[in-house]
Write a protein that binds this ligand. Sequence first.
Ligand code: DHB
Length: 375
Amino acid sequence: MLSQLLACSGVDTVVIDRKDRAYIEGRVRAGVLEQGTVDALEAAGVADRLHREGLPHDGFELAFDGDRLRIDLRALTGKPVMVYGQTEITRDLFESRFADGQQFFFDVEDVTLSDLRTDRPLVCFGHRGDRVTVECDYVAGCDGFHGVSRQAIPTDVLRTYERVYPFGWLGILVDQPPVSHELIYANHASGFALASMRSETRSRCYVQCDPGDQIDDWPDTRFWDEFEKRLGPDIASGLRRGASFEKSIAPLRSFVAEPMRWGSLFLAGDAAHIVPPTGAKGLNLAVADVRLLARALAEHYSNGNDHYIDTYSETVLRRVWKVERFSWQMSNLLHQFPAHSPFEKRMQRADFDYLCGSEAAQQSLAENYVGLPLE
Ligand code: DHB
């Protein structure tokens, strides 16, 4: 996405990835886009299929031990969200970048970053048996939580903040119509469940699981039994079970690294921050980062203005912390925490009851869900 945005401003990039294109296009990620993300994809010229195939949603539901609350995003904020898989966005971006003649290196190994404190940093890596060196003006570290970019910042400069949650999410894809035409987030004594979708005929469903669980612990029958129980009988009566064709487990983590710029290196997306998936902010946050980074670099190249480069880290982090807060709150509201005392369980229930009775609370939830302003 950064490469696409920069190309729109006439700035050349070289994209390198540890994985290959087929792997990247095959992996399943989240699927809810904020309006701001849709706007950015439009501005970048890659939203045609998104508008043909994406599903605009005006609201979603919360279910708490069988009680239900619809959050009317459109009425509360004037904005919808768009259901369209991250995998599909990646495909659309690849298609556009390849058509443009973008320079890519896939399947690279042993990436090292050097001279980051100069205006001529180097990125070196192994590629098809050769050692390649790219000399550039700036390095954008969009290489995820496990990437090398963040680790290139000296430990006496880097500050990190982390929370690990005592559970994971088990997700499946199945070719059955979604149980409801809107998303349902459920909290039940047995744990969290989320009924989502990728299309009118394809469902994406999640349940909270133990952090140490393996895929083999969760045959489809166990998954559906838990999923039905957690959604409650009213919702589950409309459910069509099917054979899953994708099944994966993700741990839940909140993480922030500061600063997000060091010399000629910028961090963006998961390289700098992780949110737990509740509320689907990971991709949206990464897109917000690269919109601000693209603006900073475009200003630098078009008129030598480095104001946005110099304020990148501070500006982005202010928004990052607010989105971290929202994802943490949604996660706290909707999961069963093994260590919760009866008091904490009551507090969680009171949070839900407050939400049900307060339009102000619903509006606060809704404005975060549809996406906070870019800055
Ligand atoms: C999906 C994932 C999320 O984390 C979420 O909050 C909503 C939807 C999804 O994969 O469809």
